[in-house]
Design a protein. Structure first.
Length: 244
């Protein structure tokens, strides 16, 4: 496949195990990136179904598209990997790497860690994403990737999804993104999943919004979201970064 046959590149791709993972964790970051003029995509590894209150994957897919429209992201794709039986294996790695090769993102955002008492798919998704970034840049293996051109992702960042613990904030590469002005978009995108968040689950909205506001107030901004770099970040201008 030639560059002329490929779609327009994306600057950032966020990967989730299920539709709604990305919105809950970093919906504000994605909306902010779009407002800054970047091209952003979401990849859901599974359709997230079955779930107790959803009539089926078609309805969940419609909710995902509505959420993406609210955030303003340009691309949303869903891979045909099995919900509840998601595992880090060769086929899953290749499937995601093909997406990276097709859309050529500079930055990939993936789930940061295990989510105790929640879906084990999240931990598997983290490993698949890490491997997909690596597979995307491997040369001399074209036939495994439908002859899509090799692509090197410049940076992989992780987002915590288990809000029951804030231990991720203690990691050396942790930082907060400023989502001031985008918090309402984030919450509206989560509310688009009506089958997942009925009235009896309203505590989810309180939890998500409260954490965003806490992270924001800690840094004297309206709201924030946590991301983690594999290594501590470099600061070139100390005053510009911390003194303003």
């Amino acid at each position: 496949m030639t560059d002329q046959e490929l779609p327009e590149p994306l600057d950032v791709i966020a990967v989730g195990a299920h539709p709604d993972d990305v919105e809950i964790a970093i919906g504000g970051t994605l909306a902010s990136l779009v407002k800054q003029g970047y091209r952003v995509g979401i990849v859901d590894l599974t359709d997230g179904e079955p779930t107790p209150l959803s009539p089926g994957p078609e309805v969940r897919a419609q909710e995902a598209l509505a959420a993406a429209e609210i955030l303003g992201v340009q691309v949303r794709e869903q891979l045909d990997l099995p919900n509840r039986r998601l595992f880090d294996n060769y086929e899953s790695r290749v499937a995601l790497a093909k997406v990276f090769r097709r859309y050529r993102p500079s930055v990939v955002l993936g789930i940061a860690d295990k989510t105790p008492m929640a879906s084990p798919d999240h931990w598997q998704a983290m490993q698949i994403t890490d491997a997909g970034v690596f597979y995307s840049r491997l040369t001399k293996w074209d036939d495994e990737f439908d002859n899509l051109p090799v692509h090197t992702v410049k940076q992989l960042l992780w987002y915590p999804l288990g809000f029951g613990s804030l231990k991720s904030a203690d990691q050396p590469g942790a930082f907060v993104t400023d989502i001031s002005g985008c918090l309402e978009q984030k919450m509206a995108a989560i509310r688009a999943y009506k089958t997942q968040f009925p009235p009896e689950k309203k505590r989810v909205f309180t939890l998500v919004e409260s954490q965003a506001r806490l992270l924001g107030q800690t840094h004297n901004i309206e709201a924030g979201e946590l991301l983690i770099s594999p290594k501590p970040n470099v600061v070139k201008d100390l005053v510009q970064t911390f003194g303003l």
